[in-house]
Design a protein around this ligand. Structure first.
Ligand code: NIG
Ligand code: FE
Length: 389
């Protein structure tokens, strides 16, 4: 199957050329086959080819949302309401979602998960990473990674999300469970191992045990750290060669220097600062220091219940000091780096044909027109998976 998208006013490729004007893209068998000026686009040569007229609008790579927690039950609207009235966010809120998730059937969790995937697609996301972490017992964690693996290749085992209530006075016994039977049950479904290295969750020593156990099972590390205050999680992530450290709301100069000299991506989660009323990290400082930055939604019922990459881009531009192009790169190619993928987040021959047609002449409109549904058509692996036209 071939599809030619022509009359593209602005094509953001994330490759050397960056932005092409008056461009066209040819899709063949789920991959990008050709990119160039519309005037020299390939012709049908008698072969069947669908032709899409972009009408002078912009095309960007599909968003790569490299951080989500979308297998859960219940919500925490009351907690959010209390926070907006002055309460502080704390890691302990996770436990109320654990109770609801343990009580939910597979069918209920699957239906909810499907709903989030559809919601994300309609907002231009073509790849999503999904974490477990609301089960915190062997059986439920296994259910969560199994359900996640049905909808994405990017599954993360996060049994070390928080210490569940039944282990409150013996956290190291819980870490034994995570690195033992829970990892045994979950590793077959997962690609990544993650830990919440933070006051109120896991210490640096406990986090190291979790990550090293995962690595020994062939999983690759990523880390939640420095969300609530500075801590040792960034250095641990860099030392272990983690693909990403996520949050980074409170970074020391030493953290920034360590990240700048590493292959570890810093994944910023502007929806968290929005929803927890914490200070936005200064992305300008990070980028200028040489840190590779990604942007993700962190969709979860506690700290960030948005699934909108366009909203996160707008926040990163308005509140974190990124340019519209830097924010779009971070939400596409940056997310791909955070997942150690080179086949997504970029529009070049050979890449997966994951594309978004915007109802706008330029990618700048993503932050210039916040809250407006600008995503018009979405292709994933060359198939049209969302269309509002
Ligand atoms: O990424 N930081 C830890 N985990 C989630 C929050 C989970 C929750 O509050 O339920 C996060 O922000
Ligand atoms: Fe998270």
């Amino acid at each position: 199957m071939r599809t030619l998208i022509s009359n593209i006013g602005e094509l953001v490729t994330n490759a050397d050329a960056g932005i092409l004007r008056d461009a066209a893209v040819l899709i063949e068998d789920g991959r990008i086959a050709w990119v160039g000026p519309a005037a020299s686009a390939p012709t049908t040569h008698g072969q069947e080819m669908e032709v899409v007229d972009a009408g002078g609008r912009a095309i960007i790579p599909g968003f790569v949302d490299s951080h989500s927690h979308i297998v859960f039950a219940g919500d925490r609207a009351a907690e959010f309401e209390a926070r907006m009235a002055g309460e502080k966010y704390s890691a302990g809120g996770i436990r109320s979602t654990v109770a609801a998730t343990r009580a939910a059937s597979d069918d209920a969790l699957r239906a909810r998960l499907r709903g989030f995937i559809d919601e994300m697609r309609a907002q231009g996301t073509t790849t999503v990473e999904i974490k477990s972490g609301y089960g915190l017992d062997v059986g439920t964690e296994e259910r969560l990674v199994r359900l996640a693996a049905k909808v994405t290749d990017e599954v993360t085992f996060l049994g070390a999300h928080v210490v569940p209530s039944e282990y409150a006075d013996r956290p190291d016994d819980y870490v034994d469970l995570v690195v033992g039977p829970m990892l045994d049950a979950c590793a077959p479904y997962a690609k990544w191992i993650d830990v919440f290295c933070e006051t109120g969750a896991f210490t640096v020593a406990q986090s190291r045990r979790v990550l090293e156990a995962g690595i020994a099972r062939g999983l690759m590390p990523r880390v939640h750290a420095s969300q609530l205050r500075p801590g040792g999680g960034v250095h641990l992530a860099v030392e272990l060669g983690a693909a990403s450290i996520d949050h980074g709301t409170y970074l020391t100069d030493e953290d920034v220097a360590a990240l700048a000299g590493s292959d570890t991506v810093l994944t910023l989660l502007p929806g968290v600062e929005f929803s927890t009323r914490q200070p936005y990290p200064d992305a300008r400082r990070l980028i200028d220091a040489g840190v590779t930055v990604a942007i993700a939604c962190d969709t979860n019922p506690g700290s960030s219940f948005t699934s909108s990459m366009p909203l996160c881009i707008a926040l990163a531009v308005r509140e974190m000091g990124m340019t519209p192009m830097e924010a779009l790169w971070a939400a596409t190619a940056g997310g791909a780096r955070a997942l150690r993928r080179d086949d997504i987040g970029i529009i070049v021959p050979g890449a997966r044909a994951d594309l978004v047609l915007l109802d706008a002449p330029s990618h700048v409109h993503l932050s210039y027109r916040p809250g407006v549904p600008l995503v018009r058509t979405v292709w994933k692996d060359g198939a049209r998976v969302f269309d509002r036209s």
